[in-house]
Design a protein around this ligand. Structure first.
Ligand code: GUN
Length: 280
């Protein structure tokens, strides 16, 4: 293996030690950051995420509430809960786990969350603030990716950055954060022509596609930094990313593994956003 491994677990653990100290300092002022996590239905992956978020809160000494609603929950019921949480003084952050069951209107639910408690940074007001570089919250996964890039000592300024994927949750805000640090950013997606050729230009390649082992060694420039946001199952049911790790790590200069790369960072950034919301 040629590439240096970017250890998300280690970076995340170090950041959480700092956050723990922040929570302890807030406790002296009588403030306990509180996060409400709302999950609707029985999606197994979502349940795992929600459990991990709750556990992370407990480990840092934060307060958390979990609302596990049944699959049949109506839009009105969900909006009523969000409205209640918006007003609840011991709750600083609200996270509605996505995806929601198909009969629910995700956009309307996100719009109902108070922008001041929107620790996912999904609300249009917060997305707009990120666009103009004047933000309260950064979306957790892209913010975690930036921390990983920094931890590896990689400077974004002037670099060719290619983001594969244009989702509102990852691809689009990811591109924005790289641009804020003066990267030259290209966003690729399913209709991109000559994808491999575009990817080979990248000094920093971020894969957020949702297809197992999609990025192969021939798509990666020698020495590039490769960040894998994917969380998929391979043909044997084993957890894997969007990057074909075994081949790409022979070409890349630095690479994040799955699991143990971006994943742990996302939750850490969620904790950071909740603590910052409590401070305000
Ligand atoms: N589903 C997958 N990732 C996320 C996330 O970061 N936040 C929320 N709310 N739902 C998700």
């Amino acid at each position: 293996m040629k590439a240096k491994l970017i250890d998300g677990k280690a970076v995340s653990a170090a950041l959480r030690e700092n956050l723990k100290a922040e929570v302890a300092a807030l406790a002296e002022d009588g403030i306990t950051p509180g996060l409400a996590v709302v999950i609707v239905g029985e999606d197994p992956a979502s349940k795992v995420y929600v459990r991990n978020k709750k556990k992370a809160c407990e480990e840092l000494g934060m307060y958390s509430e979990e609302y596990a609603l049944q699959e049949e929950t109506t839009q009105e019921e969900l909006l009523a809960l969000v409205g209640k949480l918006n007003k609840k003084p011991d709750i600083d952050g609200i996270l509605v786990q996505l995806p929601l069951p198909k009969h629910l209107d995700e956009k309307q639910v996100i719009a109902a969350i108070s922008p001041d408690k929107d620790v996912d940074a999904f609300h249009a007001a917060n997305v707009g603030k990120i666009m103009i570089g004047d933000y309260k919250f950064l979306p957790c996964t892209p913010a975690g990716v930036m921390e990983l890039i920094h931890s590896a000592g990689i400077v974004v300024e002037g670099k060719e950055c290619v983001v594969i994927g244009r989702s509102n949750i990852v691809g689009k805000p990811m591109a924005m954060l790289l641009m804020h640090e003066n990267g030259t950013v290209t966003i690729c997606h399913s209709r991109t022509k000559n994808l491999a050729e575009v990817c080979r230009r990248a000094d920093i390649l971020v894969a957020a596609i949702g297809k197992a082992k999609f990025v192969t060694a021939d798509m990666v420039k020698e020495g590039a930094t490769v960040i894998d946001v994917g969380m998929n199952r391979d043909e044997n049911g084993k957890l894997c990313g969007d990057v074909d790790f075994d081949s790409v790590c022979e070409v890349a200069g630095a690479i994040t593994p799955v699991p143990g790369g971006v994943g742990p960072m996302t939750i850490t950034m969620l904790m950071k956003n909740t603590i910052n919301a409590a401070k305000r």
